[in-house]
Design a protein around this ligand. Structure first.
Ligand SMILES: [Zn+2]
Ligand SMILES: [Zn+2]
Ligand SMILES: [Zn+2]
Length: 271
């Protein structure tokens, strides 16, 4: 499985769009891995999680070809993960020669209702289907199992377990500390890779909406003691907010001693 984390920022991006804080100034001066766009994960050629407003930026900087997309999984309706207006760009005359039309868009009820309310014509290049937590979706050579995150009160934010015959991967963004039902589900699996949001960095913020470094460690340790994570499991953190105040190298210095990798835009993970 080839995974590419296309964007690694929280909703405001790095530098944050209207921000004059010191962290954003330092990030802009440093450039490179400190410039972070809104979050999405590409899996092989045909599968993608989330459609952020930075998708065009991802196409031109990473050489993506989204006409090859067959499945688009959405985590939740926050605008940094789900840009409703962009979905129209799949349809003619904005797009031609989609290899796998109709593209299957899958997400929670809120996301699918928003799509259906916006697009009611008959000749669309996609179809949108609501999916339920813990019910796997077969997608070609892969299976995507939506799991329940703890991120929003008004909708079921979904994270995804992606599995092939060779590998099992968790994409955990956005989420706070998982509910027991989700932990129990994850404890029964054997992971090759965990990609976990660490929005708050080392800030002491309760994990009701997002994770910080301490709650990432708690989750990894819990999965380790259940045997779901071993010494060969890669752990990668992503979805960072400028409010954490740490540039890439500073965060790496904190994460490396725990064998945790810090994602940057465009990082490729071959599993
Ligand atoms: Zn987000
Ligand atoms: Zn800032
Ligand atoms: Zn969110």
């Amino acid at each position: 499985m080839r995974l590419q984390i296309l964007g690694t920022a929280a909703g405001e991006a790095w530098p944050a769009i209207f921000c004059g804080c010191d962290t954003c100034k330092r990030a802009q001066a440093a450039g490179g891995k400190d410039l972070r766009s809104r979050s999405s994960l590409q899996i092989n050629d045909k599968y993608k999680i989330d459609l952020p407003p930075d998708t065009y930026h991802h196409i031109v900087t990473q050489g993506l070809n989204l006409s090859r997309l067959s499945h688009l999984f959405i985590t939740h309706s926050h605008s940094d993960h789900f840009d409703l207006a962009l979905i129209n760009m799949m349809n003619p005359p904005f797009a031609h020669n989609l290899e796998h039309a109709p593209v299957k868009i899958l997400g929670n009820n809120t996301v699918i209702e928003k799509i259906n309310a916006a697009f009611n014509e008959s000749d669309l290049s996609f179809n949108a289907t609501a999916i339920e937590p813990f019910v796997p979706v077969a997608a070609g050579e892969l299976a995507f199992t939506p799991i329940l995150a703890a991120h929003m009160t008004h909708e079921d934010c979904l994270n995804y377990v992606i599995s092939s015959e060779e590998a099992t991967v968790l994409y955990a963004s956005d989420t706070g500390a998982y509910p027991e039902r989700t932990i129990n589900y994850l404890c029964k699996l054997k992971f090759d890779l965990l990609v976990i949001e660490c929005t708050s960095g080392t800030l002491n913020i309760p994990p009701t909406v997002h994770m910080n470094f301490e709650t990432v460690l708690d989750l990894v340790n819990r999965l380790k003691s259940a045997g779901a994570v071993s010494s060969r499991t890669r752990v990668v953190i992503t979805h960072f907010s400028h409010n954490m105040g740490l540039l890439h190298k500073e965060l790496e210095a904190i994460a490396k001693p725990h064998n945790i990798e810090v994602a940057y835009d465009g990082i490729v993970l071959d599993i």
